[in-house]
Design a protein around this ligand. Structure first.
Ligand code: ADP
Ligand code: ZN
Length: 716
């Protein structure tokens, strides 16, 4: 009674004082939403506020709030008196805020962390390109276009051309043009699958569809047709790809059909990153091609989400929070937006196959390849046996060399995969056996050759010049193992008349675009590279793909290792023989009997889902991992054990595994420990998750151990 009296009194005071209070979301890891005073801000408005001595752009999440605290201490939002501060920023919609809430609930992070991911760059000065600046650019573009038309001399012409191109780039004129230019014509089996998908959605709107279509079956055309259909209905489309590398070749293909497609990923300019959200807000209908971060654009009127290569682990964000999986988050977004969603792959994740068997997704198959009926042949080569028979030349078997020669003679192309970038993954002293390691990460340093030779750490970037001399005994260091650079060198020696290029993490950024284009055009004969090459590309004349030391794909201590290896090899196999000639995949390994290779050749079909069920692994359970980091190893060990005890004390009723050192137990002098739990997927799942989150947060607070612990839901 007295409580409600007090409340009544408080409301009374507030009404009398005519002060209006709001709650805001700050771009921080904060479990609560602070209260400010504002006369006019509405839900979704973005306002400037002072918090702990710093200025932030916050989002209003609630208005007409009755404060729990002393109202005299509540501050006003900034700038409201002078000018309409909220006018500077386009407001967020209720759906956006709702989406952030769902993501933060699922991934056990604060809603502020999701907001921060959604609005990464927030300057107090206007976000949109200044209207006057745009006008000025447009005028001069017009001027230079006229000049270009009149120009006679080639030199002046090309200088005007450059100027026009530059201005167009700044104005992003390339994105203008009709939304939809043409519609793909489907083959009979594609049309059948398309019809089936539409009929599923007509009876069960926004039901997730898993398009299980073998490589080369033309899934892209299916997506494009579905996108056309969506845009024809006046709805927008979000087309997700796992990586930028993949988007490069795809971008041209999508632009052919949708000239004004907006491309959004971490590699675009800061201006574009700011402009695209604004453009989306202004368009009724739009199409975005992007990586996972484009899920957080201010979507509206969304009719379709496409998740291309849904099995790809690049969809997962490891750090910072939200540690979300783009595929699963896309399903959440589709639900909020009442949008249709299609997830496609030739090698679907076990998670998605499980969702099909549990009745949450509907599977549609596309079995027929568009150009070439059959899938590439598989040839497994036992390198130990070959070496014994003198059947090896360096790291290449004579059999593989022969296949490469035949392929090149037919005027076709070859791709060679080695899963380690560098010249050699490690070096070792001939005399004392020392392997130089990274002082900060305690892993072997790889040898890289470019202008000079260097030892490089792949985890923290540490590097030192290499002189081939052992620092502990003065003996001679020799390369241990082989990397892509060494393979490139060997290939160039074996095939001196062919053009060889390398596509890996070291060349991707600078030369990636040219290499991919060159290989597509046929100016490159042999492409050596890492996993990057295996994803989604469509090269007409590639008919032989080979894997050197496939063993490294198997070695990882992880229950997902086999699933990943099979996906990678199937994807790579699917790159070959996409037109006419039947393709071939050659695999060199020391373990030819491994079940992964048996599956590839079709000799055995391991039931990976049953295996997962047997061991209670995901997708039958949900994994939750706690990652602890500290520069002091002693404190880390102590705190990890304490955290386990305090988790045990809350009675979760499930085993707590750890703390243990992960494979990389130290990166950049920061030590790492993991704790993990496999949560049954029962009715208690979300309660257990919340309980764990609460326990972690209060542990952090009690032990003053904030920012040392991260929670990773569904880690990969
Ligand atoms: P997937 O992604 O399923 O591996 P793609 O979508 O890359 O296969 O298609 C394989 C090849 O077949 C591509 O070169 C693509 O252009 C071509 N293709 C597929 N469907 C059609 C179609 N309906 N019309 C014309 N070309 C098609
Ligand atoms: Zn290092």
């Amino acid at each position: 009674m007295s409580c409600s009296k007090k409340n009544f009194f408080r409301i009374f005071v507030i009404v009398m004082s005519e002060r209006r209070f709001i709650k805001v979301i700050l771009p921080l890891r904060l479990e609560w939403q602070p209260v400010y005073e504002s006369a006019e801000a509405e839900i979704g408005d973005r306002v400037r506020v002072l918090f702990a001595g710093r200025e932030y752009t916050a989002v209003v999440s609630e208005v007409n709030v009755v404060p729990e605290t002393d109202v005299s201490k509540i501050r006003r939002v900034l700038g409201e008196d002078h000018e309409a501060a909220t006018q500077k920023f386009a407001p967020s919609t209720k759906e956006e805020i709702e989406f952030w809430r769902i993501v933060s609930d699922y991934y056990l992070c604060s809603i502020g962390e999701v907001y921060k991911a959604a609005y990464p760059s927030m300057k107090s000065t206007g976000e949109e390109m200044d209207a006057r600046k745009r006008e000025r650019l447009e005028t001069s573009l017009l001027k230079y276009r006229e000049k270009l038309e009149k120009a006679r001399k080639d030199t002046t012409k090309s200088s005007y051309e450059a100027k026009v191109a530059e201005l167009e780039k700044e104005l992003r004129v390339e994105d203008k043009g009709p939304l939809s230019a043409k519609v793909p014509v489907l083959s009979a089996s594609q049309q059948a699958a398309f019809d089936k998908i539409l009929s599923i959605w007509s009876t069960q709107p926004s039901r997730p569809v898993l398009l299980n279509g073998r490589t080369g079956s033309g899934k892209t055309e299916m997506y494009l047709k579905l996108a056309s259909e969506t845009i024809a209905r006046g709805k927008s489309v979000l087309y997700l790809v796992p990586e930028i590398a993949l988007s490069r070749q795809l971008e041209d293909r999508v632009r052919e059909y949708f000239p004004s497609v907006k491309v959004f990923h971490s590699g675009i300019s800061a201006t574009k990153k700011r402009d695209i959200p604004t453009e989306i807000r202004k368009s009724d209908t739009y199409i975005v091609l992007g990586t996972r971060s484009s899920l957080f654009l201010p979507h509206h009127n969304l009719g379709l989400i496409i998740v291309d290569e849904e099995h790809d682990s690049s969809y997962k964000q490891d750090s910072p929070a939200p540690r979300y999986n783009g595929r699963d988050t896309a399903v959440m977004l589709a639900k909020i937006q009442n949008a249709n969603i299609i997830l496609g792959s030739a090698t679907p994740s076990l998670e998605s196959l499980f969702s099909v068997s549990a009745g949450r997704f509907t599977e549609v198959k596309l079995e027929e390849r568009f150009f070439c009926g059959e899938e590439a042949d598989v040839m497994i080569i036992d390198t130990i046996a070959e070496r014994r028979k003198r059947g090896m030349k360096g790291d290449f078997s004579l059999k593989l060399i022969d296949e490469i020669r035949k392929t090149l003679a037919r005027g076709e192309q070859v791709a060679i995969l080695r899963a380690r970038r560098s010249y050699a993954p490690a070096v070792q002293c001939e005399d004392c056996g020392t392997i130089p390691k990274c002082p900060r990460c305690n892993v072997p340093l790889s040898l890289h050759k470019s202008a000079s030779e260097r030892l490089v750490c792949h985890y923290c970037g540490y590097s030192s010049p290499y002189d081939g001399v052992c620092s502990s005994c003065g003996g001679k260091l020799i390369p241990l193992g082989i990397g892509t650079q060494k393979i490139e060198e060997e290939v160039s020696e074996l095939f001196p008349d062919s053009t060889v290029a390398r596509l890996d993490g070291d060349t991707l950024e600078k030369e990636g675009k040219d290499i991919i284009e060159g290989f597509a055009k046929g100016t490159i004969d042999i492409l050596v590279g890492t996993q990057i090459m295996t994803k989604g590309f469509d090269f007409e004349s590639l008919s032989l793909v080979a894997v050197i030391e496939a063993d490294s794909l198997l070695a990882i201590q992880d229950f997902r290792a086999d699933e990943r290896a099979i996906q990678l090899l199937e994807q790579f196999r699917g790159r070959s023989g996409r037109r006419g000639e039947k393709g071939l995949i050659v695999i060199q390994t020391r373990e030819p009997e491994h079940p992964v290779f048996k599956e590839l050749t079709g000799e055995a079909k391991p039931d990976m889902l049953s295996e997962r069920r047997l061991f209670s692994y995901p997708p039958f359970t949900r994994e939750l991992r706690l990652i602890l980091k500290d520069t002091s190893e002693r404190r880390l060990d102590y705190m990890s054990k304490e955290l386990v005890s305090s988790l045990e004390s809350i009675g979760l009723g499930i085993p707590i595994i750890g703390p243990y050192s992960p494979r990389m137990e130290k990166i950049s002098d920061v030590h790492i420990r993991n704790i993990r739990m496999m949560l049954p997927r029962d009715r208690q799942l979300s309660k257990r998750k919340k309980d764990i989150e609460k326990a972690v947060l209060s542990f952090e607070k009690d032990r003053l151990y904030q920012s040392h612990i991260a929670i990773d839901v569904d880690p990969l």
